[in-house]
Design a protein around this ligand. Structure first.
Ligand code: NCD
Length: 308
């Protein structure tokens, strides 16, 4: 049985398989409409979510399966003091697969150690968010046609942003990618990403503090929200929250072929004036999240509709 806790739990070949399956689902939706008939997905969200939870639920419904779960810790027995391990053992009696989000780093990993069914990490604190990464990879593949040879600017809260940490880890295994890390000095990527990912693998990366100085080089700009809920004090959040706002004027020197991504939710990081720009891929990205989660559920459950 396989879980998905960290994006590198999947090999590059397995990721290719999931992305290709997602592309087949997009082209042949009806072929998959009963693929998970009789199966149940539990979504255990101890932390707020819109896209991740609802796209998981929509994904399972479009596969003909059912969903159950909770959308806040307040409505679970966590409030009575139940441990994550016990919750997972119990929910594993009711569901065939579990997607779980938790504010504590490592909680889904702990859950996976006792789970009788596959566990998917739907975000653990400031650590990882592997299904957002699959979403991002499918988006890059669809927008750019290739997962190799491009320059990506990651902009905003690179310290607490789990989507950024997971995306860097996953992309570090492809060829010819240059990373430009755009953040205020207070919100730089954690040191382990620099040493364990960039330096260890000899990857081309650079840290800068403004988007203007690098805009003309970028093939992709990945904007992120300043992660208010992970700050220790409100004053720091207020001071940093609007450091980067992407708008028409900032795109003056950008490539015509630029792809603008954002895992969403957006606060102020991208002006709504860009929403109709063909380069704005963030709502297409959210849609890709549903298809890639369908592909992931099928893969972890070992369902193959193309087999006799
Ligand atoms: C992200 C998350 O939860 O980390 N949202 C998402 O799942 N699309 C990004 C964020 O909350 O800023």
């Amino acid at each position: 049985m396989k879980h998905l806790i960290d994006p590198t739990d999947l090999s590059v070949e397995e990721i290719d398989g999931i992305l290709n399956l997602a592309l087949d689902i997009i082209d042949n939706k009806s072929k998959y409409s009963e693929a998970c008939k009789g199966k149940k997905l539990a979504t255990l969200f101890f932390e707020p979510s819109t896209r991740t939870r609802l796209s998981f639920e929509a994904a399972m419904m479009e596969l003909g399966g059912n969903v159950l779960g909770f959308s806040s810790a307040d409505s679970s027995s966590a409030t009575k003091g139940e441990s994550v391990g016990d919750t997972i053992r119990v929910v594993g009696c009711y569901a065939d697969i579990i997607a779980m989000r938790h504010p504590k780093e490592g909680a889904p990993m702990l859950g996976s150690m006792v789970s009788p069914v596959p566990i998917i990490n739907a975000g653990d604190g400031g650590h990882n968010h592997p299904t957002q990464t699959l979403t991002d990879l499918l988006t890059i593949k669809r927008e750019k046609g290739d997962l190799n040879n491009f320059t990506i600017g990651l902009c905003g809260d690179l310290k607490f942003g789990r989507t950024v940490h997971s995306l860097i880890k996953a992309l570090s295994r492809y060829e010819g990618i240059k990373f430009i890390l755009i953040s205020p000095k207070e919100l730089k990527v954690p040191e382990y990403i620099i040493t364990e990912v960039f330096e260890k693998n000899n990857i081309d990366y650079r840290e800068v503090t403004t988007m203007e100085e690098v805009m003309s080089e970028l093939d992709i700009i990945y904007m992120t929200r300043v992660q208010k809920e992970r700050f220790f004090n409100e004053a720091d959040y207020v001071r940093l929250k609007d450091t980067y706002i992407l708008d028409k004027s900032k795109l003056k020197n950008a490539k015509e072929s630029l792809t603008i991504m954002h895992p969403l939710p957006r606060v102020n990081e991208i002006s709504t004036e860009l929403d109709d720009d063909p380069r704005a891929a963030y709502f297409r990205q959210a849609l890709n999240g549903k298809y890639v989660r369908m592909a992931l559920i099928l893969t972890l459950l070992g369902v193959n509709v193309n087999e006799g």
